[in-house]
Design a protein around this ligand. Structure first.
Ligand SMILES: [Zn+2]
Length: 263
């Protein structure tokens, strides 16, 4: 069997570049400008194991050998920039995001919103493709094409959810989550996938369905990189005991199995 980890899933050349599971700039923010001795602990929840990150360069937050250097550094750089701009805007407007649970890309990029929101979507397509490739799953052609096309038809879409529990978990510590890739068996026999990551209270979920898409509407309206606004869903664990167990496990037992906050 071909080891997909060694081949760049975008261009097919040798993969010699590591891509970040979480964007390094997202992680770096938690280390700056706070002096080292006073900083909050930063945790990364990977495959249900909570890891305390010592720096933004941690190997825990990289996928080795899923892209070639050209695709990682040149081809997809505009996607990374759009994502950073999106996150910077979120940092300055999170109260509005929580209150209105809507993100209007015009507020972020003005007249450039059309192009920029498509570049942002391409960033999530890249993140999803790297996740599949890391798991040695062939990236579907329609996802691969998103990278190079101006318009596309794809089974990939994204939702944004405001997770109230992450406010509690975040108090005093920072936690960043990369949700494990979850296969979904579709009615037509195909396999779909759900994966995602968090930034602060924002849960960004990627869905790939070839047939009969199904969504928990409360997690947000699906967005495919083809609109000016996205509507966020929300989530909070109703069971107080479960919620407290989650927070305890984050605050008291790093590097151990913990309860994963629901998507
Ligand atoms: Zn490449």
């Amino acid at each position: 069997m071909t080891d997909l980890n060694k081949i760049c899933w975008i261009c097919g050349n040798q993969a010699d570049s590591a891509e970040h599971v979480l964007k390094r700039s997202d992680v770096s923010k938690f280390y700056q400008p706070t002096p080292k001795q006073n900083r909050d602990k930063v945790f990364f929840l990977k495959e249900q194991i909570l890891l305390q990150l010592q720096s933004a360069k941690s190997k825990h937050i990289k996928y080795p050998n899923v892209l070639c250097a050209k695709c990682n550094n040149e081809t997809t750089q505009p996607f990374d920039i759009a994502y950073s701009e999106f996150i910077n805007w979120y940092d300055n407007h999170k109260n509005d995001v929580e209150r209105w649970r809507t993100i209007d890309f015009y507020d972020i990029w003005g007249a450039h919103w059309g192009l920029k929101q498509s570049l942002l979507f391409k960033y999530f397509a890249k993140a999803f493709g790297c996740r599949l490739s890391h798991e040695n799953i062939l990236v579907p052609e329609d996802v691969r094409q998103i990278i190079s096309q101006d318009t596309w038809r794809s089974g990939l879409c994204v939702t944004f959810t405001w997770n109230y529990d992450l406010i509690l978990v975040n108090s005093g510590h920072k936690i960043m989550i990369s949700y494990p890739l979850k296969p979904v068996h579709l009615p037509n026999g195909d396999v779909g996938y759900i994966a995602g990551h968090t930034y602060d209270c924002l849960v960004i979920t990627y869905y790939y369905f070839t047939h009969s898409p199904f969504f928990d509407e409360h997690l947000g309206a699906p967005w495919s990189g083809n609109g000016r606004s996205v509507y966020l869903g929300w989530h909070s664990e109703k069971d107080e005991k479960k919620k407290m167990a989650l927070i305890d496990s984050v605050l008291t037992s790093p590097s151990s199995k913990i309860i994963v906050p629901n998507l």
